[in-house]
Design a protein around this ligand. Structure first.
Ligand code: ZN
Length: 430
């Protein structure tokens, strides 16, 4: 197998070398939005960024800083407001199965855990996989992350002998009845999940007051395909964009140019309406604090650009009729700019031109996506970022297949090209 990148050496940015291996280790380290924030914060600290306390008074927000709010993180390099902000947004969450508040259950001699579907998951993709569990537990003194990368759980599919029409009529899964994972034999033991989570978090079970916990597939991410063209991984939507945005910010110059802002939002998959989602006051509030005053903020916004980075649909070879025939999207052909006349994507001509120019400067191609006119179009954080800031916004991302599956795929070269284009976008002219 050939490496997707010549010599396996990666692509050189000024400050670091990008490689698909680095992306793979990022994804495999981040089974939950909280782990995305934790890992991103560690990378930012290593690069000299300082964490700010939202509850404190800030006399000055210049320089390289970041804040964390639950499963969301905002980082910036602020120089002055003269050239406005270049904002990259992405989301930290992915559809999955989440542990209920009182999960210890069971039936027919099995110990099971109650789960709730988060977001628009392809439910079938969670069947017959080795599943771990991760998240955070809340105690009286704060929250602690935990993760268990052992095959504790499985959602077994019904045998074909007991579901004879499944291949003709399709698999119908009732989220209440058919997705409850098994994790042991015997009678349910109340408090068992809290004990397991507490042990993984390094505390005693009576300290655990609550949790935000979810399942993850344990199969490691991998480069795949006859020539190493593909990346097979969980959470490509949208950890690929989080990673690419981080690389671009880390490589943006500390001293000159527009102020660079990276927003990694939680809760996109459930509509972004939360205290830290893309519809919240998180970004507008922080931009005001970064600018220093409202008088400085408003003209800076008028000189700003925003890019909402999220996965794009590659044309599926087995279902070409599901795609707009004049806007086919290929893996390996560069970032995808998403257009939708009804503003399900925020891109307009000005935004498209700005990001197309950034791609050209980065030496990577770009493609333009339009959804079929006879199918409803998905959406992302772009329209929310545009409406809460009033800033020209472009929706763009990496082409992928199997979006919202527990195991997705994209081109192995595309995330690197996206990072290069985002780096250029952070210095784009308005
Ligand atoms: Zn997404």
């Amino acid at each position: 197998m050939k490496s997707p990148v010549d010599d396996g050496a990666g692509v050189a940015l000024d400050a670091q070398v990008l490689s698909i291996e680095d992306l793979i280790s990022f994804i495999d380290a981040c089974p939950t939005p909280f782990h995305v924030v934790d890992r991103s914060a560690a990378m930012l600290r290593l690069a000299g960024f300082t964490q700010m306390d939202e509850a404190a008074d800030w006399s000055d927000a210049a320089g390289s800083r970041f804040v964390c709010r639950g499963g969301s993180l905002v980082a910036w390099r602020h120089r002055s407001c003269d050239e406005g902000f270049r904002i990259i947004g992405a989301h930290t969450d992915s559809p999955n199965l989440r542990i209920t508040p009182q999960p210890d259950t069971g039936q027919a001699g099995y110990r099971q855990l109650g789960v709730e579907v988060y977001g628009g998951a392809l439910l079938n993709s969670w069947l017959d996989r080795d599943l771990g569990v991760a998240g955070r537990v809340a105690t009286s003194s704060g929250t602690r992350l935990f993760r268990i990368d052992q095959p504790l759980l499985r959602v077994p599919q019904l045998a074909i002998h007991l579901d004879r029409e499944v291949s003709q009529k399709g698999l119908l899964l009732n989220p209440q009845n058919h997705l409850t994972p098994v994790w042991g034999l015997g009678l349910r033991t109340l408090g068992e999940f809290a004990e397991v989570a507490a042990e993984a978090a390094g505390i005693s079970s009576n300290e655990v007051l609550a949790w935000d916990a979810m399942l993850h597939d344990l199969t490691p991410s991998t480069v795949a395909g006859i020539d190493g063209e593909f990346l097979h991984a969980p959470r490509i939507d949208n950890q690929v964009s989080c990673w690419a945005g981080l690389q671009a910010l880390l490589d943006s110059p500390a001293a000159a140019g527009p102020s660079a802002v990276l927003c990694l939002f939680d809760h996109e998959e459930v509509g972004s309406v939360s205290a830290q989602g893309a519809t919240s006051a998180l970004l507008p509030t922080l931009l005001e604090r970064i600018a220093g005053t409202r008088d400085a903020l408003h003209p800076a916004l008028a000189r700003s650009l925003c890019l909402s980075a999220d996965g794009a649909h590659a044309t599926h070879p087995n279902y070409p009729e599901r795609h707009e025939p004049d806007h086919y999207i290929a893996m390996g052909e560069g970032p995808v700019i998403k257009r939708n006349a009804n503003q399900r994507y925020a891109t307009d001509a000005v935004g498209e031109a700005a990001f197309a120019t950034a791609c050209e400067k980065a030496g990577v191609g770009h493609q333009v996506y339009s959804h079929r006119g006879d199918m409803p179009c998905g959406s992302t954080i772009g329209p929310f970022a545009a409406s809460t800031t009033g800033v020209t916004t472009v929706d763009a991302g990496v082409a992928q297949l199997s979006m919202h599956s527990a195991r997705e795929m994209c081109g192995a070269r595309d995330p690197l090209d996206f990072a290069l284009a985002l780096r250029e976008f952070l210095s784009a002219a308005t």
